[in-house]
Design a protein around this ligand. Structure first.
Ligand SMILES: [Cu+2]
Length: 345
């Protein structure tokens, strides 16, 4: 199966693990510059929230925060060292590996109150080893085969750290009990017929850098905090509106909604005629395989949710299909996506 992610800059590498084979992961927060100094957060971090405030450096701050005559916040704040904690979403882990929101650590070794390092033992507050490591935590991989995923989980910062790309797949496989007849192997383009697709909406500024709104809805109390984010550009595995050539054959797609707030109602359409493309047969949800495949016309998938589908392109040779989205944003009563740029991925 394909590992999503481009290099090591946007989305992490995917894990493909086997049921019954535990692994240990050393997560390392290395968000430092070439001189070894912690990098500031590239996005506006709102210190007025209940957040991973680094004691004595960046405590939680209370408003009112100053505004200019135009209602823009004049509060100036840069988070100087980024707290991170990895969480395997959908994974059954011991508490020390579960990456709770208070289990963060910065690259210069300041840790949150429930940060843990080795084994199952929760260290007492202040007894952590001062490094950037979440060291060798066990992941049992003892649950049924499922497409889980991992993402940063730092308190009050998750939306920003995931936005910057700290997420990817964590696929638990069970080769001995794999249902028969599912697409495997490669196609004539050399691509696997079992593909993980992480779907995200994002925004970019005029320099092509990731953009995230930085004026809070109520900037007197929360200068930067935007409760829900909806981007105008669709990314799949870190690429903007990518194209995939397929054979007229069946494929398995492991879909991940890695968006901050956007739901999707997905289907395939012929690009020119707008006639429906091949149907989806859903074979798995977040927790693993269904008892039998279920035909689905509009696959609804919420932020953080996964769905696995089999799509048979046999009757669609030569056609250009579009993966369309018709979910309203915010879901389910917001603006329609029918004609906008987020109506396709
Ligand atoms: Cu999660």
């Amino acid at each position: 199966m394909a590992a999503p992610g481009i290099g090591d800059t946007y989305l992490g590498p995917a894990f493909v693990v086997k049921k019954g084979t535990p692994i240990k992961i050393r997560w390392h927060n290395n968000l430092k510059d070439t001189n070894g100094n912690p990098l500031p957060h590239p996005l506006a971090v709102d210190p007025s929230l209940h957040w991973a405030a680094v004691p004595a450096q960046d405590n939680m701050m209370m408003g009112p925060f100053p505004l200019d005559a135009g209602g823009q916040s004049t509060f100036d704040y840069t988070l100087r060292s980024v707290p991170l904690v990895p969480h395997v979403h959908g994974g059954e882990q011991p508490g020390s590996s579960d990456g709770g929101p208070d289990g963060w650590i910065t690259p210069d070794g300041v840790a949150g109150p429930s940060w843990a390092s080795v084994g199952d033992v929760q260290p007492a507050i202040g007894s952590y080893v001062p490094s950037g490591d979440h060291d060798l935590n066990p992941y049992w991989n003892d649950q049924p085969a499922a497409s889980a995923w991992y993402h940063d989980h730092a308190l009050g910062l998750t939306r920003l750290n995931v936005y910057m790309g700290l997420a990817s797949g964590y696929l638990i496989t069970d080769p001995a009990n794999e249902p028969s007849g599912l697409p495997t192997g490669s196609d004539s383009f050399g691509n696997p017929k079992d593909l993980a697709l992480i779907i995200q909406d994002r925004m970019f500024d005029q320099y092509g850098e990731l953009y995230y709104p930085a004026l809070g809805l109520n900037p007197v109390d929360h200068p930067f905090w935007v409760p829900e984010f909806f981007g105008d550009t669709m990314l799949v595995n870190g690429q903007v509106w990518p194209v995939l050539d397929v054979d007229p054959a069946a494929y398995r797609f492991r879909l991940f909604n890695g968006s901050n707030a956007r739901f999707y109602e997905l289907g395939l359409l012929n690009k020119a005629s707008k006639i429906a493309g091949p149907a989806f047969n859903q074979i798995a949800t977040d927790g693993g395989y269904l008892y039998r495949p279920v035909p689905v016309n509009d696959l609804t998938i919420a932020p953080g949710e996964r769905a696995e589908i089999v799509v048979d392109f046999s009757a669609f040779a030569g056609q250009s299909l579009i993966l369309r989205n018709k979910a309203k944003a915010p879901y389910p009563k917001g603006a329609p996506a029918n004609s906008g740029p987020t109506a396709r991925s």
